[in-house]
Design a protein around this ligand. Sequence first.
Ligand SMILES: Cc1cc2nc3c(=O)[nH]c(=O)nc-3n(C[C@H](O)[C@H](O)[C@H](O)COP(=O)(O)OP(=O)(O)OC[C@H]3O[C@@H](n4cnc5c(N)ncnc54)[C@H](O)[C@@H]3O)c2cc1C
Length: 290
Amino acid sequence: MYPSNFAYAAPTSLADVLAQMQAAGDDGKLLAGGQSLIPMLKLRLAEPGTLIDLGRVEGLRGIRVDGDNIVIGAMTPYYQVLDSADVQRRCPLLIQTISQVGDPQVRSRGTIGGSLAHADPSGDLPAAAVALDAKLTSTGPDGSHSYDAASFFQDVMMTALGPNEVLTSVSFPATDSPGTGTAYMKHRHPASGYAVVGVAAIVTVGADGNCQSARIGITGAGSHATRATSTEQALAGKPLDAQSVAAACATAADGVDLMGDAYASSDFRAHLIRVLAQRAILQAAQNARG
Ligand SMILES: Cc1cc2nc3c(=O)[nH]c(=O)nc-3n(C[C@H](O)[C@H](O)[C@H](O)COP(=O)(O)OP(=O)(O)OC[C@H]3O[C@@H](n4cnc5c(N)ncnc54)[C@H](O)[C@@H]3O)c2cc1C
């Protein structure tokens, strides 16, 4: 299929983007890496009147360290994040997660902002964003806004962004303090490679060897990425061995609005959450111990 006809705009500044969106009314659509949007256009699941390409907009690309945060411009492609020595050293969960997204072509074109704004329930990056407590910054007609990852993802492909808001950057807290380790575990869909379930874990091991704190993000299983808070609480102060991690993960699927489809029933997805959470937590603990 071919996309339906649309006007194309290639603004070079954020002010121009906002003006183009205003002019397009409800009929404008932002284009980032196009890895999700272009297939949707071809399938006519999206039929915008105007496509507003963010590719030439100044200042939306790049990675910088701001104290204990890694700030990534929305138009930064996945591969640049994978290549960043700062990210590799200070926020390895992003490397562990992004390296499992799609294939080299998808990682070459797809962007951090496009991935998060698209909010595909099976997308990988949202699991890391909620586990890391990332802060997402946008610009819109009424100025800039900041969102916590926990409140950003609201439903299937639905975020807190208003209709004429542009995601501009994402701030990911570093996790390189001593005793902290991270991991991302994913059950891939055999055809698409997307996450049937993906679990991101950040574990801090205390001086006594027990779990000091844990943050766990889940994607793929429900309408949007969420935290496994009851498992996080159950782990606090507990030994990080297979038995107590399994006990804490018994509730990992609680609170997830589980989806089911021809490949994986909601029960199977709940099972995958529990199993992958155990694996991610144990791997993160091992990484924490070096
Ligand atoms: C073959 C294939 C395999 C894939 N496998 C995976 C996978 O395993 N895991 C995974 O997570 N993803 C996968 N993807 C999707 C990929 O991660 C996409 O790159 C990502 O979902 C969208 O990023 P993009 O930059 O391409 O955005 P686009 O496709 O350009 O845009 C996606 C949506 O986000 C909006 N948008 C984009 N940027 C902004 C912004 N700055 N502000 C506001 N709205 C914005 C657009 O308007 C559009 O609605 C795959 C894609 C393909 C084609």
